[in-house]
Design a protein around this ligand. Structure first.
Ligand code: AMP
Length: 589
């Protein structure tokens, strides 16, 4: 398929907010593609080239892109910058620039261009891939030239989207679940196969592969997709409760408790001596943890396994788990050896997802725990998460207090019924978290969706932030609170640098009745605490689910805790349902 056709589709998608309409528009275009390009199309449509865990990213800085545009069009960088500042979108800026230029002549080296060359989608993908992989000395220059070459040969509309993909801001409002639905419609004519596609996607986090299988072998081939070593399984998340009574009630009077360690979640894939580690997102974090790699080799009894656990910073002289802020420093990609010395870690394992040549996603929890102890032996640095089956609130309270004494942030309650499968990619009720701060105050992982400029000392930076939670039912971010308290000057500097490139028109995936002076791509997650959840006519969190149609939920006295939640995707932020649950449980009390 031609890239021009895909660009037209993206342009149509940009114009609508309605999910069903978006699915139909996308499905109509996808229908015309074939199996050896559909994988590439799915990634481009999500604004990338590969699944996140592959770690090859485009993400060119705006300055480089402006250089490339200048080279391609012969317009000065300053003039491009001025237009960009006026429009606030580099894709639209490029579109406008090329439209103007198409009447006049383009740069000399492009005058040899093959007139009216129509690029195939695969050709565009391959050039972008080449740019992404350029590294080493002089690579910045090469990237600029290659991008300039491409931009000078494509149509203005195509360039609009190529530039947006290159800077990681495609902004057509398509995320993976909408895309899976569109794939289902395009290939089978109905949305009914979406759950099957989701199951396949959750089991290997590679949406391109799922799409290829669908286009090659139909839905039967999708059904055959299984867990594969070295393809991360999308992680299972937990719901939350705020009392031991509620915890027990959710599991019908009996459940397993585990300490909730405050560290970095890791999914470990091992085949012989090959080991890869994935974060919750999932991203490949193998290179940051060569020590964990060694520990696993020592502890593993079986050759081929996928297991999960929490990496925590550990002080072995004091025999104490250290706070999250310590292990967070181990995420750095440089000075790894030095950090290993400074911040030793251990891993508390809590699950097995693959062993004895079989996926264990559908195996019940108690059996999975048993398997875990068969395939791993505990060592100094590899431990099993502390665990106990309970059937009364007294035991829960004792275990909970023990967890806190042992530097954990609370407990995880886990279903022990035969239905207790591993719900990959879902925030289901098979796991429930109960943390100390849920008693008061609450902490929430919220997405920054808007901001206002600061005054006085904060002038020139953002001073207050509009925060949202995620509603996975409607695939939207809903506003929950403004926050201005708890930020140091350094925090505000860092946030300004991170957020400025993400500023844009109001994103369609944001549901807000508040007009924010600045809007952002919902990407940055921060931890916030607050005193109380109240109803509010201003905010959209849980709107439509409360007694009065016009009410939403809001957080009172919000304050930034100082924790940037970097290992969480925006869609893994605290969900509307979680907030609604907390509100209901507190209200009942
Ligand atoms: P959440 O991500 O907010 O749903 O909370 C669950 C997180 O707690 C997981 O992603 C893990 O990183 C972490 N965690 C710590 N201890 C455990 C445990 N014993 N079982 C499962 N998750 C745990």
């Amino acid at each position: 398929m031609k890239f021009n056709e895909l660009s037209k589709c993206y342009f149509e998608l940009e114009k609508t907010q309605k999910k069903l309409e978006m699915i139909d528009i996308l499905a109509d275009t996808l229908k015309h593609s074939v199996s050896d390009e559909i994988g590439k199309i799915t990634f481009l449509t999500l604004g990338k080239l590969y699944p996140d865990f592959v770690g090859i990213k485009l993400m060119l800085a705006e300055k480089m892109v402006i250089k490339a545009l200048s080279l391609a069009t012969g317009t000065s960088e300053k003039s491009i910058m001025n237009t960009f500042e006026e429009i606030g979108d580099l894709g639209k800026t490029t579109h406008q620039l090329l439209e103007k230029k198409s009447q006049t002549s383009l740069l000399s080296f492009t005058q040899t261009k093959e007139e009216d060359k129509e690029y195939e989608i695969s050709e565009v993908w391959e050039i972008l891939d080449k740019i992404a992989k350029m590294s080493g000395e002089g690579s910045a220059d090469k990237k600029i030239k290659t991008l300039a070459g491409l931009i000078s040969k494509v149509k203005p509309l195509e360039a609009r989207f190529i530039i947006r993909i290159v800077i990681g801001q495609l902004r057509i409002g398509i995320e993976s679940h909408l895309l899976l639905e569109a794939l289902s419609v395009s290939k089978t004519g109905s949305r009914e196969s979406k759950p099957l596609l989701e199951r396949a996607y959750n089991s290997n986090a590679d949406i391109g592969f799922v799409a290829e299988q669908l286009y090659e072998g139909g839905i039967e081939a999708v059904k055959q997709i299984e867990v594969r070593l070295f393809n991360p399984i999308r992680v299972m998340l937990a719901q939350r409760v705020s009392s031991s009574e509620e915890l027990l009630e959710k599991f019908g009077g009996k459940c397993s408790l585990e300490y909730k360690y405050d560290g970095l979640r890791v999914q470990i894939h091992k085949k012989g001596d090959d080991i890869k580690l994935f974060s919750r997102k999932p991203e490949d974090i193998t290179n940051q943890f060569p020590d964990v790699n060694r520990f696993i080799k020592e502890a593993a009894i079986e050759d081929e396994i996928i297991i999960e656990g929490e990496i925590v910073a550990y002080d072995s002289t004091k025999e104490k788990i250290l706070p999250f802020q310590q292990v967070a420093q181990r995420k750095r990609k440089y000075d790894v050896d030095q950090k290993i010395e400074e911040i030793p870690v251990r891993v508390y394992l809590f699950d097995v997802l693959y062993c004895y040549n079989e996926s264990r996603l559908d195996t019940e929890y108690i059996e999975r725990r048993k398997l875990l102890t068969e395939i791993i032996k505990e060592t100094e640095n590899i431990k099993f998460s502390h665990q106990l089956v309970v059937d009364n609130t007294d035991d829960i309270e004792i275990f909970f207090n023990q967890a806190l004494e042992n530097s954990c942030e609370g407990v995880m309650g886990k279903d022990v019924s035969p239905d207790s499968i591993y719900q990959a990619g879902a925030r289901g009720w098979n796991w429930v978290k109960f943390k100390q701060d849920y008693i008061l105050p609450d902490t929430f992982d919220l997405v920054i969706i808007g901001a206002d400029y600061g005054k006085g000392k904060r002038a020139g930076k953002y001073g207050t932030f509009l925060l949202g939670c995620y509603n996975p039912e409607n695939l939207v971010y809903q506003t929950f609170t403004w926050v201005g308290a708890g930020f140091s000057d350094e925090d505000l500097d860092i946030l300004y640098k991170m957020l400025k490139p993400l500023s844009r028109d109001k994103p369609k995936e944001v549901e807000s009745e508040i007009e924010s002076p600045v809007w952002f791509d919902p990407q940055i997650v921060i931890e916030v605490e607050g005193a109380e959840i109240t109803v509010s006519p201003m905010h959209t969190c849980a709107k439509g689910e409360l007694e009065r149609e016009s009410d939403g939920l809001a957080l009172r006295f919000p304050r930034f805790t100082g924790k940037m939640v970097e290992d969480r995707l925006a869609e893994q932020a605290t969900s509307t349902e979680e907030i609604h649950q907390i509100y209901l449980s507190k209200k009942d009390k």
